[in-house]
Design a protein around this ligand. Structure first.
Ligand code: SF4
Ligand code: SF4
Length: 644
């Protein structure tokens, strides 16, 4: 029975928790408004099944045990306050279940406590270790109180409280000891409630909220920014939206983003976990400075996050893919790039020629529209829907396919496949401009919009309904980013142009029997998952299916593959930014290819092909794996003989 003093203590703990949470809430309020719809069903399924949390087996299972060990007793304790009574046998069964869950919770808490201590969690012991020690105290005092009670009232074996009974064997039959344990248990619970907002335990509220409001549209589309009004990117935390600030609140500092970030792995000065922590700490300093009003002075983000960090990102999305609570470090990095580039004109020197080429010539190589069709010279490649001709498929060549000497070969190989299969296709020729991905990923939003609008007008004028492209970056931009702009241009919803990657389209041709690989290409082949094909657009199957369909070719997986595939270093402007810091990503990946001992490496992206070809050559092996686009392999296998 609770005394008046106990009720007072409970009220104090609850007031402290609510006051702490409301101060934090004021930090989210400082962010820009942005509409987000929630997803109850998704949240409940995620909480009960633990979804992405279980991807890391050991830690995931430990968390699942802790979750259920926390939730069930909490529900039972709440119900017990309402004079909820069960008959003796179900009551003992429930007691046994609580005991078992309590043991699981104890083991899980110890596991996480040791992990946080050993890994020297950068959040600091006050925020991570202390709450876990309090939780441990709650559990131990609970079990000891039960042991002391059993020793006094029920000295025989109590099957409904096995751990309590075992402890009772070593305890004196002391009512005082029992009372001390119960009081300590009670006070520890109140302490934990009071410290929730000030420790990583606030993820109990913030993480489910973040899962509830998680992004449900395609992850390849970057957050829109208004060029007319509103901040051009993020200079301070107030330029982030409330959802981006909620992301920072929800971070549990588990480090999974960091463990999978190629920039971090290669020793560059970027850790997505640190980026999120910096944003959180900046929000906390703002709360301290303005006493919780959310309207105080804020410092530029670059006072905590360096430009080297911001430019080390390849936008590979490994951090987004692996975060168990759907935090997106990447969209904050892109917003900071936008501010650097559009707000301060601070684009790294080496990337400026690329931007200038896009502005003047509409392509990243600076060759100009007059040379857009040089790759197709003497190949009889038709223009899309020109004159009386009507075509079904637009082959979007892309800047690499049109201008990069090595990738021009892949464009020609795809044309050969199209012709062999009788595909009715055409290209835009001089009407095609860069899709704008390199500009958008380095923060040049205005230039991206300009290029996108011009391309979209060409699609509309020519009545394009289906696009096939070799480049995953073009695929992502045309498929995920253009539809919104298309809708804006026309004052209507997007026009639903079907955009396919060449591997998807060619695999369909193979399954329909329109293309039949018959000549062997290589004995053992590994596949490099391009980030924008796999992680961003979820296309893992077709490149593998194609390789498996080639005669006498065995597919081997590299050490890191599928969702964990390792970036080649070319995305996010990486093709134009110098990797001055840390190891080169293509060198790390090339070593993994070497380790796999394959004679061929299949790619499905112009950046991957160029970067890994360079990486493997730099290893100076006697017989390095040959790097080929999967499309070239198909062309070779059907008898195309114009490859190098
Ligand atoms: S997008 Fe890739 S490179 Fe950038 S922070 Fe995330 S994991 Fe690291
Ligand atoms: S951002 Fe996500 S993956 Fe990274 S430390 Fe925080 S919770 Fe873990």
């Amino acid at each position: 029975m609770l005394s008046a003093f106990d009720i007072l203590l409970i009220c104090v703990a609850l007031i402290l928790m609510i006051a702490g949470l409301s101060r934090r809430w004021s930090a989210w309020r400082a962010g820009r408004w942005e509409g987000h719809s929630g997803d109850w069903a998704g949240l409940i399924i995620y909480l009960l099944g633990h979804g992405k949390i279980l991807r890391v087996r050991g830690r995931g299972i430990a968390h699942l045990i802790v979750f259920w060990g926390f939730l069930v007793p909490l529900i039972v304790i709440i119900l017990a306050q309402f004079a909820f009574r069960l008959p003796p046998v179900p009551s003992q069964m429930l007691s046994l279940l609580m005991d078992v869950l309590g043991i699981g919770l104890l083991a899980g808490t110890l596991f996480f406590l040791i992990r946080r201590i050993v890994s020297r969690d950068p959040l600091g012991p006050k925020r991570t270790v202390v709450p876990l020690i309090i939780l441990l105290g709650i559990l131990l005092t609970g079990f000891f109180a039960e042991g002391a009670r059993l020793r006094i009232v029920h000295p025989e074996f109590a099957w409904s409280s096995p751990l309590g009974w075992m402890l009772s064997l070593g305890l004196p039959a002391s009512p005082l000891l029992m009372q001390v344990m119960i009081r300590t248990h009670f006070l520890a619970v109140l302490l934990l409630i009071a410290v929730i907002p000030f420790t990583f335990f606030r993820h109990l509220a913030a993480a489910p909220l973040n899962v509830f409001y998680r992004r449900r549209e395609g992850r390849g589309k970057l957050r829109d920014v208004s060029l007319e009004n509103g901040p051009l990117g993020a200079n301070t935390i107030k330029d982030f939206s409330w959802k981006q600030l909620l992301d920072a609140e929800a971070c549990v500092s588990c480090g999974r983003c960091e463990e999978n970030c190629p920039a971090y792995i290669s020793g560059k000065p970027l850790s997505p976990r640190k980026i999120i922590r910096d944003i959180l700490e900046e929000a906390e300093s703002m709360i301290r400075r303005d006493k919780g009003t959310g309207h105080g002075f804020v410092r530029p983000l670059t006072s905590r996050i360096t430009e080297d960090e911001i430019w080390s990102c390849t936008t590979c999305m490994a951090c987004v893919e692996h975060c168990p609570v759907f935090i997106e470090p990447l969209d904050k990095i892109i917003d900071m790039r936008r501010h650097l580039v559009m707000g301060r004109g601070s684009l790294p020197l080496e990337a400026r020629p690329m931007i200038r080429s896009l502005e003047i010539f509409g392509d990243v190589q600076g060759k100009g529209v007059a040379h857009r069709m040089d790759w197709a010279l003497n190949r009889e490649v038709p223009l899309f829907n020109s004159g009386d001709q009507r075509q079904e498929v637009l082959f979007w060549v892309g800047c690499s396919g049109a201008f990069h000497p090595r990738y021009q070969e892949v464009s020609r190989a795809l044309v050969h496949i199209f012709k062999s299969a009788g595909v009715n296709f055409g290209i835009l020729g001089k009407e095609e401009l860069c899709c704008g991905d390199p500009a958008r990923r380095v923060g040049e939003e205005g230039l991206f919009m300009e290029l996108a609008r011009k391309n979209i007008r060409s699609f509309r004028d020519l009545g394009v309904e289906k696009i096939v492209t070799l480049c995953p970056h073009c695929l992502n931009t045309l498929k995920n980013e253009y539809p919104r702009i298309d809708g804006d241009l026309q004052g209507e919803e997007n026009r639903n142009i079907q955009v396919l990657h060449a591997t998807e389209y060619v695999w369909n041709l193979i399954t329909e029997g329109r293309v039949s690989p018959k000549y062997p290409v290589g004995k053992s082949t590994a596949i490099q998952d391009p980030c924008y094909l796999g992680r961003v657009n979820g296309i893992y199957g077709p490149p593998r299916d194609i390789i498996r369909s080639l005669p006498s070719t065995r597919l081997r997986e590299l050490r890191r593959h599928h969702e964990s595939g390792f970036c080649c270093g070319g995305g996010g402007g990486g093709m134009w930014l110098h990797e001055r810091l840390g190891r080169r990503l293509n060198a790390i990946r090339a070593e993994e290819v070497k380790e796999a001992g394959v004679d061929l490496l299949g790619t499905a992206c112009p950046y991957c092909l160029t970067m890994l070809d360079d990486g493997l050559k730099a290893l100076e092996m006697e017989r390095p794996a040959k790097v080929m686009d999967v499309i070239e392999m198909v062309a070779l296998s059907i008898g195309y003989n114009s490859l190098r």
